[in-house]
Design a protein around this ligand. Structure first.
Ligand code: HEM
Length: 115
């Protein structure tokens, strides 16, 4: 089987299924909008830089590769080592819950907007 045929037969990646770059950018936009505007996320908002642009770009690049799209984060920064990169921050249950809440809202909005 040629490489081309093999590629055509593989199941679509999560990145492709959600709608590629355009959808992923909306997801990350939704995520940081929620973190910025929802007071219930204020503990994790305070952990992030005042200017969220670099966090936005890094999460976009990471999720792109993580979801089976282009490996942008690794190309730019090497192995993600996400546990190590989060070690400087005090992350407990409240922080975890706030992060997940923002991602849940971000995903819900992405799905609602696709109808
Ligand atoms: C458990 C809750 C989490 C909290 C509280 C948290 C918090 C943070 C903070 C404070 C930063 C630094 C941002 C800045 O420099 O302004 C960061 C960076 C980052 N986070 Fe998280 N995070 C969490 C979970 C996650 C998860 C689950 C992922 C991946 C799906 C993720 C992906 C990233 C990435 C890619 C970066 C950038 C790392 C770098 O290159 O510096 N985080 N996170």
């Amino acid at each position: 089987m040629s490489e081309r045929e093999d590629k055509d037969r593989r199941p679509p990646s999560t990145y492709e299924l959600i709608g590629g770059d355009e959808a992923l950018r909306r997801l990350v936009d939704n995520f940081y909008d929620e973190m910025e505007t929802n007071l219930k996320a204020k503990i994790i908002r305070a952990l992030h830089d005042k200017d969220l642009r670099s966090s936005y770009e890094k999460l976009f690049m990471f999720l792109s590769g993580c979801m089976g799209g282009p490996e942008r984060y690794i190309a730019a920064f090497g192995h993600p080592r996400l546990r190590a990169r989060h070690l400087p921050f005090p992350i407990g249950e409240q922080e975890r819950d706030q992060w997940l809440m923002c991602m849940q809202v971000a995903l819900d909005k992405l799905v609602i907007d696709s109808f």
